[in-house]
Design a protein around this ligand. Structure first.
Ligand code: EPZ
Length: 428
């Protein structure tokens, strides 16, 4: 296990490059199993969730290789139709293999997915939609088996809630189902639209990307493509949060400007300056403007639930209060305990989080308890003068490639230490 050691309080100066979005890559990689021949997905960061996706594809008889930012997939027929329990529980996105394997094998068995402990996160909408398309479901303990020997048929279907993952599952299923599918109350996140763009490049007939109503005319087959997913708006928000909290000036390349307005708007209230250049953003913070911030998270285009922890981190040196109301997940404030260790005054009442500055603490051992809470703990530690450690780096590695290198390239004093090696040295 690794941990991060941070000597915080330094201003940030340098360049950050935004990789392809994890939450676009994961469904696109799953969908690549539906494409005949070879596909190549570009600008792919080396994340543990991406490695798990590679392992899932290899475990069902196809070939996935990660090399120099390219994620290559060559589909191969096989009679393997189940994914191991360990791979299924390693991330949330294992559920996204239901539709591709149902299309390819007519049968699929997975365990309930893993993923960040941010709420109950059931998969009922995924299953309800697939069954209405003709699949038969058998759920025993935490195992799900779906069969559709005769394939799936197009339906008119309204999602109970605009679930990102369920929308992606039903888009994939409908892409090669017989007939027309009309999905209503779809998630409108950019990562859903990017999956549609990917599938259309492969020969699918899907309209309504990014809208709440999506129409899919099923096709017989899809062919392999080369594709570059959209940039990661949550990664970009993480860098902006760090500059806002630490002060300094940074150039953020491959900046997804079209998805950043709601996050930028809040940080500008506290004095952050942002200039949008061609495909980059120049971000400057020299001093604190006092501001009380109130934000409700919600389904896109509302303020992203994933950006909530990063907004909290961005404001750890703020001169004002933050009131954050979380509407999507039940357990999104696991970073609160870590911020209290850093001297902040924080409290949660139901879905409402409150934060304000109180006193400085110069040494603390922090822990990441989920991906975005872990990133928030890193940003908060960078912003505070003192020496801090952060455990649970495995959570952070799910969504950031070598986060310590991202910030040390901006002048931060942060390094990764192998806890096992540290103990071994102590015993020598
Ligand atoms: C995706 O998760 C993202 N993950 C999450 O990002 C993101 O927070 C979330 O969408 C919302 O934007 C990936 O794309 C891999 P949902 P997903 O289905 O698809 C409920 C990160 O940090 N629900 O939109 O699992 C669910 O419990 C991660 O990168 C059902 O009730 O989210 C939640 O309350 C964290 N039944 C709400 O919908 C279902 O069948 C939204 O979940 C499915 C979901």
């Amino acid at each position: 296990m690794d941990k991060l050691v941070v000597n915080g309080g330094k201003k940030l100066f340098g360049t950050a490059v935004v990789p392809a979005a994890k939450n676009a890559l994961l469904p696109i990689i799953a969908a690549s199993l539906m494409l005949d021949g070879e596909s190549c997905i570009k600008n792919c960061p080396d994340l543990s969730d991406i490695r798990a996706s590679r392992d899932i594809i290899n475990s069902v008889g196809s070939t996935a290789v990660m090399h120099g930012g390219d994620f290559s997939v060559v589909y191969a027929d096989s009679d393997i139709c189940s994914i191991s329990h360990s791979l299924c529980t390693s991330m949330r996105s294992s559920v996204l293999y239901l539709a591709p394997l149902l299309y390819r094998r007519g049968k699929v068995t997975i365990s309930l997915p893993g993923g960040c402990n941010i709420g109950a996160r059931p998969v009922d909408i995924h299953l309800d939609g697939l069954c209405r398309m003709g699949a038969k479901a058998e759920c025993i303990a935490d195992s799900i088996t779906l069969t559709a020997a005769a394939g799936l048929k197009g339906i008119n279907y309204k999602l109970r809630i605009p679930s990102v993952g369920a929308t992606q599952t039903l888009i994939m299923a409908a892409a090669t189902a017989k007939g027309l599918t009309i999905l209503k109350n779809c998630a409108r996140e950019p990562e859903v639209a990017d999956l549609v763009h990917f599938l259309n490049c492969a020969g699918a007939k899907i309209t309504g990307a990014g809208k709440s109503e999506i129409m899919i005319q099923g096709v017989e087959s899809l062919c392999g493509v080369e594709y570059t997913p959209i940039a990661d708006r949550i990664f970009a928000a993480t860098v902006l949060a760090a500059v806002n909290a630490c002060r300094g000036i940074c150039l953020v390349k491959n900046y997804p400007v079209e998805y950043m307005e709601s996050f930028e708007k809040q940080l500008k209230k506290t004095g952050l300056c942002i200039w949008h250049l061609a495909s980059s953003a120049l971000v400057l913070k020299t001093g604190e403007k006092a501001a009380d911030i109130q934000v409700h998270t919600g389904y896109y285009p509302a303020f992203s639930t994933d950006m909530g922890p990063l907004l909290s981190a961005a404001l750890v040196n703020g001169n004002g209060t933050l009131t954050l109301y979380e509407t999507v997940f039940e357990n999104r404030f696991s970073y609160m305990e870590e911020f209290i260790k850093l001297g902040l005054c924080c409290r949660v009442q139901g879905r409402e989080y409150y934060q304000t500055k109180r006193k400085d603490v110069y040494i603390a051992n922090l822990a990441a308890k989920d991906l975005r809470a872990g990133a928030a703990a890193v940003v908060a530690a960078l912003a505070k003068r003192g020496c801090f450690t952060i455990e649970g780096v495995n959570f952070i590695d799910r969504g950031y490639e070598k986060i310590e290198q991202v910030f040390s390239a901006l002048g931060a004093d942060i390094r990764r230490v192998s806890v096992d090696r540290e103990k071994a040295n102590e015993t020598e």
